[in-house]
Design a protein around this ligand. Structure first.
Ligand SMILES: C[S@@+](CC[C@H](N)C(=O)[O-])C[C@H]1O[C@@H](n2cnc3c(N)ncnc32)[C@H](O)[C@@H]1O
Length: 411
């Protein structure tokens, strides 16, 4: 066993605690005898009896927290390293330092730029510490989803996806922190068109593990083989309030839900998700739309723009802008503040627009926004925007004919 590397790691941990640069430490690759234990996460907390190192023991199905004095904590880490736990990472404001043991018991220390920079939000107080990222190491679901390999490293072809996951988590955290959900202990979320569940699992991990929220997430997905795979994986990794339901977004019967999400759901499936989110009184609605076909057929052909929009690429871009712009206005008319910005794309899609709606309680000038929407529709020659029709069925009694397939619109 290489004791120099271990001692070097221990002294970096001790020094970072002393200089208050320590943010968090994780111990992984558990090889001990406790059933179901996957990792330990240590943070500094201030409680009545003083400054402590608080260790969260993460089991497959539960978490236990134990507090130690700083000296006891350091000695505990020393005893565990290379014995029960074969990997450790300390996150400081200056660097990330990792200690890894190989099969022969030799330790290797590596240094990287700091992933986390903010002690304040991560570890000063005991109330809902905030980690900003999903860790690649010791997260069995990431391995099950094919994002990491058996050594806990991100697979090269999944690096973009992993980056996208972390970006999404960062956005989600910011939205929750600035919404009425910040102090809410329990959260309910529906992820429409959850696919293989990359973002759904990460969200569950982050909200339960880092934000300490009692979170229930339902992924709704049309492809039953993905639903089966995700349910099996959720069960295996002990995410007991994460489940996936087969079926279409438009037919999903939705109860009151805090957050509605639809990332890269196709064409009008995004509108169905927005409609369900509004009707279920979601405080936050997060969308990353994909393929804007519905108004493309109507746009521009009989207007002053027709000689510009005869070019397919310009028509496509215009259709995206107008579809999503109208979606944002319809959210605003429904009592949401909106943000439209660029989200990180992945290898799965080049679409990288994100629309976010955050519910507010201020009054809304419904008529004025409707006038704006109508004026835009007139300029572009649009007779029918699918979301608008869902929200105002009296205006479009023939919605099923117009969209070309059956919609029940039930909640
Ligand atoms: C491009 S994938 C995105 C998956 C995931 N949201 C993500 O961003 O990683 C879109 C998924 O939505 C599903 N989907 C699209 N339209 C749907 C609908 N109307 N009802 C249910 N699922 C739908 C597809 O089957 C597919 O798995």
């Amino acid at each position: 066993m290489n004791s120099n590397e271990k001692e070097q790691f221990e002294s970096i941990v001790a020094a970072s605690l002393k200089s208050q640069e320590f943010i968090r430490l994780t111990l992984g690759k558990y090889r001990g005898s406790e059933t179901g234990l996957t990792k330990l996460v240590a943070r500094v907390v201030q409680i009545k009896s003083g400054t402590k190192l608080s260790f969260t023991y993460r089991y497959k199905t539960k978490e236990i927290v134990k507090n130690y004095s700083i000296e006891e904590g350091l000695s505990f880490i020393r005893n565990q390293l290379g014995q029960d736990f074969l990997s450790a990472t300390v996150f400081t404001t200056q660097q990330d330092v990792q200690l890894e043991y190989n099969k022969s018991g030799n330790a290797k220390i590596t240094f990287a730029k700091p992933t986390l920079r903010d002690i304040q939000s991560d570890s000063k107080s005991h109330d809902h510490q905030k980690n900003r990222s999903i860790e690649a190491h010791d997260n069995p679901y990431l391995m099950a989803l094919g994002i990491t390999n058996s050594s806990g490293h991100v697979v090269r072809t999944m690096e973009d996806k992993f980056r996208q996951i972390n970006k999404f988590i960062e956005i989600l955290q910011g939205l929750i922190n600035t919404s009425s959900l910040a102090d809410q202990r329990e959260l309910s979320i529906v992820d429409m068109g959850s696919g293989k569940g990359y973002l759904t699992f990460a969200m569950y991990d982050f909200l339960t593990g880092s934000l300490d929220k009692e979170t229930t997430i339902v992924g709704v997905e049309g492809r039953s083989e993905l639903v089966e795979f995700c349910n099996k994986t959720a069960q295996e990794v002990g995410f007991d309030r994460l489940r996936f339901e087969p079926g279409t977004i438009q037919d999903y019967a939705m109860d009151k839900t805090d957050i509605t999400i639809a990332l890269h759901a196709c064409d009008t499936a995004t509108d169905d998700a927005i409609f369900k989110g509004i009707k279920s009184e979601s405080s936050i609605i997060i969308l990353s739309p994909c393929c804007h076909k519905q108004i493309r057929k109507q746009i521009g052909s009989n207007t002053v723009l027709k000689d510009i929009l005869k070019h397919g690429i310009l028509l496509e871009r215009q259709a995206e802008t107008i579809t999503d712009g109208l979606r944002a206005l319809l959210l605003e008319r429904s009592g949401y503040r909106t943000k439209v910005f660029e989200f990180i794309s992945s290898e799965h899609t080049s679409k990288n627009m994100m629309i976010v709606g955050i519910k507010h309680n201020k009054s809304v000038d419904h008529a004025q926004i409707s006038d704006q929407i109508n004026a835009i529709k007139t300029v572009y020659g649009i007779e029918f925007h699918y979301l608008e029709a869902l929200l105002s069925p009296n205006l479009s009694p023939n919605i099923e004919n117009l969209i070309g397939y059956s919609k029940s619109n039930k909640l």
